[in-house]
Design a protein around this ligand. Structure first.
Ligand code: ATP
Length: 240
C-alpha cells in the first residue's frame, strides 16, 4: 500500500501540492487525473524522491520514504517512468532492457527469465531486440520504457502520461498492457493521465487533482456510472 498523508510540495512560492492525502492499495491501478498544472507530475516526483515535500508523509509497504534518497526508494521496488522518457535511444532494445535489470534486487540468474517474460508480453520488442531504440515508433518506445521498468521487478510502477503524443490505437494498446501487467503480477500502478477516458477504462480508483488539491477520490467504475461525479470531473478539468 502506498500511503500519502497531508503532503505539501512547493517550488519556491508556487504550491504544487496542497495537503494531499491518498491511498493506492496493493495490487490496484489508481489513476491521477487533472488539468495542466494540477500537480500530477509533482505527486509522482514526490513518491520517487525527486521532489521534496515541505510537509506531510509518504509510506510504501510500511516504510516511510519521503526523506529517503532516490536510489533507496527505487531499491524498495518503486519504478518511475517520467513522461516521454525511460528509453536511451542510442542503445538497442535488448541493451535498454538489460539496463532496467541493474537495479533489480534479484541475482543475475533471474534476469534471463525476466527478459523472456518481457519479450513474451511484448512480441514487438522481441522482434526488434537488436534495433536501436531510436528506430522504434512512439508506441513501441513506450512499450520499451514499460518493459525496462518491469526488468527492475517493481512492486509499484509510477507512470507519467504514457499515452502522451500517441495515436488512439497505440493508446488503447498501452492501456491493455497496463491492465495485463496488473492482472498477471498484481503490481500496484499509479497512473497519471490527461486522457481521462482511457485511464478510467482500466483504473480501479480515480483521484482528481485541481490546483494541487484532491477534489475527487473514488472507485473508478462508480465514478464512470454516476453522471454527477462525471460532471464534477469535467468541472475539475475545465473549471465550469
Ligand atoms: P502538466 O500536465 O502540465 O505536466 P501537472 O498536473 O503534472 O501538469 P505539475 O507539473 O506537477 O502539474 O505542476 C504543478 C505546479 O507546479 C504548476 O503550477 C507548475 O507550474 C509548477 N511547477 C512544476 N514544476 C516546477 C518547477 N520545477 N519550478 C517551478 N514551478 C514548477
Amino acid at each position: 500500500m502506498l500511503e500519502i498523508d497531508d503532503l505539501t510540495v512547493d517550488y519556491g512560492s508556487v504550491r504544487a501540492l496542497d495537503h494531499v492525502t491518498l491511498r493506492a492499495p496493493l495490487g490496484s491501478i489508481t489513476t491521477v487525473l487533472g488539468a495542466n498544472g494540477a500537480g500530477k507530475t509533482t505527486l509522482l516526483r514526490a513518491v520517487s524522491g525527486l521532489a521534496r515535500p515541505a510537509s506531510g508523509s509518504i509510506s510504501f509497504a510500511g516504510h516511510r520514504i519521503d526523506r529517503r534518497r532516490v536510489e533507496d526508494i527505487a531499491g524498495l521496488g518503486i519504478a518511475h517512468l517520467p513522461s516521454g522518457q525511460g528509453v536511451i535511444v542510442e542503445l538497442t532494445v535488448a541493451e535498454n532492457l538489460r539496463l532496467g535489470s541493474l537495479i533489480s534486487p534479484k541475482p543475475p540468474a533471474g534476469r534471463k527469465e525476466d527478459l523472456d517474460q518481457v519479450y513474451d508480453m511484448f512480441p514487438v520488442l522481441s522482434q526488434r531486440r537488436r534495433d536501436v531504440a531510436a528506430s522504434l515508433s512512439g508506441g513501441e518506445r513506450q512499450l520499451l520504457a514499460i518493459g525496462t521498468a518491469l526488468m527492475s521487478r517493481p512492486r509499484l510502477i509510477l507512470l507519467d502520461e504514457p499515452s502522451l503524443g500517441l495515436a488512439p490505437r497505440a493508446v488503447a494498446h498501452i492501456m491493455a498492457v497496463l491492465r495485463r501487467i496488473h492482472e498477471d503480477s498484481g503490481r500496484t500502478v499509479l497512473l497519471v493521465e490527461q486522457n481521462a477516458r482511457s485511464a478510467l477504462s482500466i483504473a480501479d480508483r480515480v483521484v482528481v487533482l485541481n490546483l494541487g488539491r484532491v477534489v475527487i477520490d473514488e472507485d473508478a467504475s462508480a465514478l464512470a456510472a454516476d453522471p454527477r461525479s462525471m460532471q464534477r470531473l469535467r468541472h475539475a478539468y475545465l473549471g465550469f
